[in-house]
Unconditional design. Structure first.
Ligand SMILES: Nc1ncnc2c1ncn2[C@@H]1O[C@H](COP(=O)(O)OP(=O)(O)OP(=O)(O)O)[C@@H](O)[C@H]1O
Length: 471
């Protein structure tokens, strides 16, 4: 591929034969997975043993997808792989690990759990550590992987070659360099625009309250105009994802949901049915925004405008992959315009407006809103919110924390934060008042020295001082 090795030049193998760590940044769908799988397989064929390579990735679905690539490309070598992700049987995984697979593909949490609790396998001899979607792994977003990564990094040898990949590495380059310390070779594919040329990017300005009517209209239009179609719709929360799925089903659209509050088996089943076109619409949270490679996806709809440009880049990258064409439409409300500007600035391209027939939208507006409300009521009658709370508590227990103690700590921390904020505001105010007073005195002094009779200007000074302060 065309690209730019930075810095220092040279390749990722030095003249001495020593392998440098490697960071690869290229657009979504450009084939980064094969770019690390193939060289690893080549090295494995020269000196086969297990466990030879560890791949860490942020989502469970992605781990299965990477394993599939290893399986397909490594078949002639008789490659043995092992997938270690949460939500699956831990004992079966431990057994597999003890059988010394060549490649382990894992999500950080579950692998760290195995490392903490078992001594039936070792990662001390691995040659390669791959961090796919490396910037996400380092991010402290809703899922914070840093603690688990610490455990993993403590279990792998210092002499390994570390490989970091993502379509959005550049923002977190310095943090990533702390992981790839062996003279990292950084490859960035050269391009002005950060999304692929084959992707048509549009926005649709819609009032918040009528968003769903626009969505239904868009889907209906695609269904009417295309025979072979497939859409991913991204939502901001699990609840929204669930409600939208219920709603679209009411309109007889073939949709399926994917979010982190579903059981892992349901998640895999949903994805499999979408991949095989049993369902044409996948409604997902950002759990599906990175890495998933489903060639049939022609359209991505952002039901909410992503809060960060890099999330936008990954979401829209689920279409227009490997040279195919695709369309991304982002629903933008009156509150999101600044987010669109930030996205445009990052991707270095302007989104064009998508035009729809407003009258057609208006004609379904009431029906859509009523259906949505019905779905919300139905969901409230289930224990969806409760489940969320239970899931959170379960996660904490798995992390060795006491949920009640954590809740107490959180409340105390919030109290302290609030107090600190109030204190800072008070200090700020006092300083401001002091400043104003000093300025007022200074001005008075100046006026007095120029005109001893200026004392009659006294009442004007606060206003004047205010102007000076503001100006
Ligand atoms: N040389 C190639 N020729 C044709 N297709 C390829 C080639 N290399 C990879 N592909 C295919 O391109 C698709 C996208 O590859 P891949 O999933 O590795 O992209 P990626 O760069 O990792 O994207 P993302 O940043 O979204 O994770 C896959 O279906 C893959 O099989």
């Amino acid at each position: 591929p065309e690209g730019r090795p930075v810095p220092g030049g040279g390749g990722c193998v030095e003249a001495t034969g020593v392998c440098r760590d490697c960071m690869g940044c290229a657009k979504t769908g450009s084939g980064k997975t094969a770019a690390f799988v193939l060289p690893i397989l080549q090295k494995l064929s020269e000196d086969p043993y297990g466990i030879f390579c560890l791949v860490v990735t942020p989502t469970r679905e992605l781990a299965y997808q990477i394993a599939e690539q290893f399986r397909v490309l490594g078949k002639p070598l008789g490659l043995k792989d092992c997938i270690i992700v949460g939500g699956m049987d831990m004992v079966a995984q431990a057994l597999e690990l003890s059988r010394k697979p060549h490649v382990v593909i894992a999500t950080p949490g579950r692998l760290a759990d195995h490392l903490r609790s078992s001594n039936t396998f070792s990662l001390r001899k691995i040659k390669f550590l791959v961090l796919d979607e490396a910037d996400r792994l380092l991010e402290q977003g809703c899922t914070d992987f840093t603690k688990d990564l610490e455990v993993i990094l403590g279990a792998v040898p210092a002499t390994r070659q570390t490989l970091l990949f993502s379509a959005t590495l550049t923002d977190t380059l310095n943090e990533l360099k702390s992981l790839a310390m062996n003279k990292p070779f950084f490859w960035e594919s050269q391009a002005e625009v950060r999304t692929v040329d084959e992707l048509v990017q549009r926005y649709l300005l819609v009032p918040e309250k009528v968003k769903d009517a626009y969505l239904v209209h868009l889907i209906q239009t695609f269904q009417d105009e295309h025979e072979d179609w497939s859409i991913i719709i991204f939502t901001s929360t699990c609840k929204d994802c669930q409600i939208l799925n219920m709603m679209l089903k009411q309109f007889n659209f073939p949709s399926v949901a994917l979010h982190s509050m579903m059981k892992q088996k349901q998640r895999f089943a949903a994805l499999a049915k979408f991949k095989s076109s049993v369902f044409k619409i996948l409604i997902a949270t950002d759990v599906a925004s990175r890495g998933l490679d489903i060639p049939t996806v022609q359209v991505v709809i952002n039901h909410n405008t992503p809060g960060l440009p890099k999330i936008y880049i990954h979401r829209v990258g689920r279409t227009a992959r490997a040279g195919r064409h695709g369309l991304a439409i982002t629903l933008v409300t009156q509150y999101d315009i600044h987010l669109v500007h930030a996205i445009e600035e990052q991707i270095k391209t302007k989104l064009q407006e998508f035009s729809v027939e407003e009258r057609a939208v208006l004609s379904i507006l009431t029906q859509v809103n009523v259906t949505r409300r019905e779905c919300e009521i139905k969901l409230e009658a289930t224990d969806f919110d409760e489940k969320k709370e239970i899931n959170k508590r379960k996660q904490m227990i798995l992390e060795g924390k006491d949920p009640d103690l954590e809740a107490k700590r959180k409340a105390e921390l919030a109290k302290i934060k609030k107090k600190n904020k109030q204190f800072r505001a008070r200090v700020q105010q006092t300083l401001q008042e002091k400043k104003q007073l000093q300025l007022k005195r200074k001005l008075q002094k100046k006026l007095d020295s120029k005109n001893p009779d200026s004392s009659h200007l006294g009442p004007w000074l606060p206003g004047l001082a205010g102007c000076v302060l503001r100006g």
